[in-house]
Design a protein around this ligand. Structure first.
Ligand SMILES: [Fe+2]
Length: 340
């Protein structure tokens, strides 16, 4: 399996994951041969990278901690929620709660699970996939920080809906794109709007996640400029998960970072902007080298990461796909660096 830019994908390769439309329809199934017409179609949809297999017999999974079924349902409910907000209708809190329980079950069922993929987003599906990833990463971090089940659920709901206040920004609903180009004063209002929307359907704790996820330890955040001791743990978790996911996959920020670079950047900005313990929880919740990364071992050998968890990593020989090397966590230090 490889993670490649679109222009390096050829007709001899096969899609390693399904491609979904924002309405939940499957557009291309996993295993589809990458014909020029499919590639053109994906390029028009503004995909820049994809996971591909070089042989149809490869079976490595690159869907991340969430199954396709819950992913599709979650995106559907998020889309519906944004529309409901714009139409000033109440949120369907029972359905949201039900979906979030499914998400928690998927994410927490495997004890050594980490966020192991490079998530593939386009400007069109960015807000949906980002919201979902922030929920998944926040739950993994919450587990590291030993939150109780009920706290994890509130964290997951708040994380999943943390940017719901962006529904009022026209571009967000028309073309659900990354919003960095928007007027920043208008963007900043999404936190207060998120609070107002969520407090009618959920607890104040959940609503405050939307309100406070842009607050920073040194008081440089918004909307209130709170300092560390006044920011609730859940908002710190979601704030860090949000920054991480944006760094690795927001196409509007230009140069995307790899996981190791983003983790380094967040560590460098702690404790000034980000709480050190919470950044440490992120470090334990996401793969340093996600599936599809090419790494160099001590001695110079290069291998592709095809599976990774908190306890082991599986490395494939790029020249011979049946040649696999499994390293337990105690031998992770044999990985020297990521190769670009
Ligand atoms: Fe936000």
């Amino acid at each position: 399996m490889k993670y490649l830019p679109l222009n390096e994908i050829s007709e001899e390769m096969f899609l390693a994951h399904a491609i979904f439309g924002n309405d939940g329809r499957i557009l291309l199934t996993k295993g589809t041969r990458m014909t020029p017409s499919y590639l053109q179609r994906l390029e028009r949809m503004e995909y820049t990278h994809l996971y591909v297999y070089e042989s149809p017999d490869e079976e490595w999974d690159c869907t991340g901690p969430l199954g396709d079924k819950i992913r599709v349902e979650a995106i559907r409910i998020l889309r519906e929620s944004l529309i409901r907000v714009v139409e000033r209708k109440p949120l369907n809190e029972l359905l949201i709660s039900f979906i979030v329980e499914g998400l928690l079950k998927d994410v927490l069922q495997q004890e050594d699970r980490v966020f192991d993929i490079i998530d593939i987003k386009t400007p069109d599906n960015y807000l949906y996939n980002h919201s979902l990833n922030v929920a998944v990463i926040s739950v993994l971090m919450g587990r590291q920080l030993k939150l109780e089940q009920e706290e994890l659920k509130e964290l997951a709901i708040g994380a999943f809906l943390h940017d719901l206040g962006k529904a009022y920004i026209k571009a967000a609903i028309k073309k659900l794109q990354a919003l960095s180009a928007m007027d920043s004063a208008q963007i900043k209002q999404h936190t207060k709007r998120g609070l107002d929307i969520l407090r009618t359907s959920f607890s104040l704790k959940v609503a405050n996640i939307a309100y406070q996820h842009h607050e920073r330890e040194d008081g440089s955040g918004y909307p209130l400029g709170l300092i560390g001791v006044d920011i609730p743990l859940a908002a710190k978790i979601v704030g860090i998960a949000d920054s991480f996911d944006a760094m690795v996959s927001n196409p509007a920020y230009g140069e995307l970072l790899w996981n190791d670079q983003a983790l380094e950047k967040l560590a460098a900005e702690s404790p000034a902007k980000y709480n050190r313990t919470v950044v440490q929880a992120l470090r334990q919740s996401v793969a340093l080298y996600p599936v599809g990364s090419m790494v160099e071992l001590t001695g110079g050998e290069q291998r592709v990461v095809v599976a990774v968890s908190a306890t082991k990593i599986v490395l494939q020989n790029p020249e011979k796909i049946s040649d696999l090397l499994e390293l337990p966590v105690t031998e992770f230090s044999r990985i020297e660096k990521r190769v670009l």
